[in-house]
Design a protein around this ligand. Structure first.
Ligand code: ADP
Ligand code: MG
Length: 601
């Protein structure tokens, strides 16, 4: 085929592919247009998961009769004029592509009336070509109905996901925009049933309650705005983070409940999502993710929104500063407001109250997160110089290390009463009963002890009276050989001793009471997990593993003296409420709860 210029129609279909990937993209673009038009009420009507119909009606500015055709031309926009405007975009749209793209791949009807006009204009477009135009009576605002999406691009149509999947995507967009624009009334219906609506009262909590339910919403923690300190640089002060985060025990197996808005635009950003997750470090069980709805506001010239046709990916001028700001905001909120695990889990009829200490310290924050960072860049065992942190992650962790509040008493003084099930220690405190999980508590104690030693660069190593020889499978032996210096820094003195065999001369003091061979095997197992993990992560994991294997197990009977020592050590911990993996170490049963359970109130 000779080289030739594509027909206009084909070119617009190709271009449309980038903007309109699926029915939910239509919803997104039309809702964004309505928001840009200053709508206070937006009604989204969907049929067949958006394949049959997507209709968005708004009461915004409207489009004048003279300009309405123009809105459907490629690169036609009222939101941008000069190159300079592109540097500081404050509207959701600006590329002038959406209406052109949507109309190129559907049958579209628009009715719009601007404020000055007596009536509205109705246009019909098929595959981007106008097929009719008339003047009609209409309220001020715009209604756009998109039918038979992709009717003229069969390839696209074939690749559409199932109707339920498309519906879910649409729900996701609409609920997210309802959160970011709580002062706009949204109404969404699928196949003639209203599935979601908000009042437009401006109260984000109300919208959250529509999405997550009133019960869950009550537990969410509102992000406290940062009081700018004297040292805060201007750029730091210019970033404002608000919104809500969930308490640690509200968690999911994926990160889809972390929602980020930058200047009112919903964005996807792995780094900022990670900033939120990292603020929960060790508070959550492995593989679980928190809830976060964060509104980030910053000068528009700090963000480049013109990276991707769908505009959900953006670029920041100072990603590290932003990462730090987000992480600090979340952590600050958790530190100030995170409740201790209460006995709610076992209350059959509910009603166990949460025990909320005055200044809960975010568990593990001063622990693992910082240690991961230190492990990462100190590399003592290599005798390397301390080097500056490299990326946003460690920079943020570094900044964060500075401003943890001085610890106050985090647990009440407790008196040991006894042990139950050879697993839990029963204690009495000033307000009722505490049950302590002996394994989790001991893990926490050992973990903090190990960290303290690590921080002072003197992990206590205990020599063995008789060196123990351990034989490993070849692959593990090679792995161990490679990691001997690392293990030495953690307190394991190990030497090669014949083929696949090693001699253990000393072990970290925290595992001194364990079978050294078992301790080493546990560590090697961890080395094996994940083929080329980051060094810092391996070390942090090994520390966790060592503490886990050294901690007393459930099923072990403890003497009173042992229990008292453990409870006292727990009381002295920085973050006594959870084990390093984020599970609770203790639960509280208050006198009031007891009274309620016994029907005394
Ligand atoms: P963009 O939003 O990037 O400007 P679009 O193709 O989405 O491009 O829209 C083109 C133009 O049509 C907009 O700039 C705006 O002037 C007008 N427009 C689109 N939707 C609406 C609406 N719901 N209300 C008022 N004007 C609208
Ligand atoms: Mg637009």
């Amino acid at each position: 085929m000779p080289i030739h210029i594509l027909s206009d129609q084909l070119a617009s279909q190709i271009a449309a592919g980038e903007v309109v990937e699926r029915p939910s993209s239509v919803v997104k673009e039309l809702v964004e247009n309505a928001l840009d038009a200053g709508a206070t009420t937006i009604t989204v009507t969907v049929r067949g998961g958006g394949r049959d119909l997507v209709q968005v009606a708004d009461d915004g500015l409207g489009i004048s009769s003279g300009e309405i055709e123009m809105a459907f031309l490629r690169h036609a926009t009222s939101k941008l004029d000069t190159v300079a405007d592109l540097e500081k975009v404050s509207t959701l749209g600006f590329r002038g592509e959406a209406l052109a793209a949507i109309s190129a791949v559907s049958r579209l009807t628009i009715v719009s009336r601007d404020r000055g006009a007596q009536g509205g204009t109705r246009l019909l477009l098929e595959g981007g070509r106008r097929t009719s135009r008339e003047l009609v009576g209409a309220p001020v605002g715009t209604i756009i109905a998109v039918e038979n999406l992709f009717y003229n691009t069969p390839a696209r149509l074939k690749f559409l996901k199932s109707v339920p999947t498309e519906k879910r995507q649409i729900d996701e967009f609409v609920t997210r925009y309802a959160l970011a624009y709580a002062d706009v009334r949204f109404r969404l219906s699928h196949d003639n049933r209203i599935t979601f609506q908000t009042t437009g009262s401006g109260d984000v909590r109300e919208v959250l309650a529509e999405i997550y339910g009133a019960e869950t919403t009550r537990t969410l923690l509102e992000i406290e705005t940062e009081v700018p300190d004297r040292e805060a640089t201007d750029e730091r002060a210019a970033i404002n983070v608000s919104g809500f985060v969930g308490p640690p025990d509200l968690n999911w197996a994926n990160r889809s409940h972390i929602t980020l808005f930058v200047n009112g635009r919903w964005i996807r950003d792995t780094s900022l999502t990670y900033a939120v997750i990292q603020a929960y470090h060790t508070l959550l069980p492995a593989g679980r993710f928190p809830l976060g709805v964060l509104f980030i506001n910053m000068p528009p010239e700090e963000v480049d929104v013109n990276v991707h046709p769908a505009k959900t990916e953006v670029r920041f001028r100072r990603p590290n500063t932003l990462f730090g700001a987000v992480q600090r905001a979340v952590r600050r909120t958790l530190v100030a407001k995170s409740p201790v695990r209460a006995a709610g889990g076992w209350a059959a009829g509910g009603g166990f109250e949460q025990f909320v200490p005055q200044h809960e310290h975010i568990a593990g924050w001063s622990g693992a997160a910082q240690v991961e960072m230190r492990l990462d860049w100190s590399r003592r065992y290599q005798g390397a110089e301390l080097s500056a942190p490299q990326d946003g992650e460690s920079e943020a962790a570094f900044e964060a290390a500075g401003d943890v509040e001085p610890s106050e008493r985090k647990l009440p003084i407790m008196r040991v009463i006894g042990q139950v099930g050879a697993a839990y220690i029963i204690t009495e405190g000033p307000d009722g009963l505490y049950l302590i999980d002996q394994h989790a508590a001991h893990e926490r104690v050992l973990y903090e002890q190990f960290l303290a030693e690590w921080e002072q660069q003197k992990v206590v190593s205990q020599g063995l009276v008789t060196a123990t020889a351990v034989q490993l499978p070849p692959s593990q032996a090679a792995l161990l050989e490679d990691n001997l210096p690392l293990l030495r820094s953690l307190g394991f003195e190990i030497e090669p001793f014949g083929p696949h065999t090693f001699q253990i001369r000393s072990v970290p003091a925290v595992v001194a009471r364990m079978d050294p061979a078992a301790a080493l095997r546990a560590v090697v197992d961890d080395l094996e997990e994940g083929s080329t993990p980051l060094q810092g992560k391996v070390e942090a994991r090994i520390v966790l593993r060592v503490c886990k294997s050294a901690a007393v197990k459930a099923g072990q009977t403890l003497s009173r003296a042992e229990m008292e020592a453990l409870v006292q050590a727990l009381e002295e911990c920085e973050s006594p409420h959870t084990c390093p993996h984020g599970r609770p170490t203790l639960i509280h049963l208050s006198v009031a709860q007891l009274a309620r359970e016994f029907g005394r109130t």
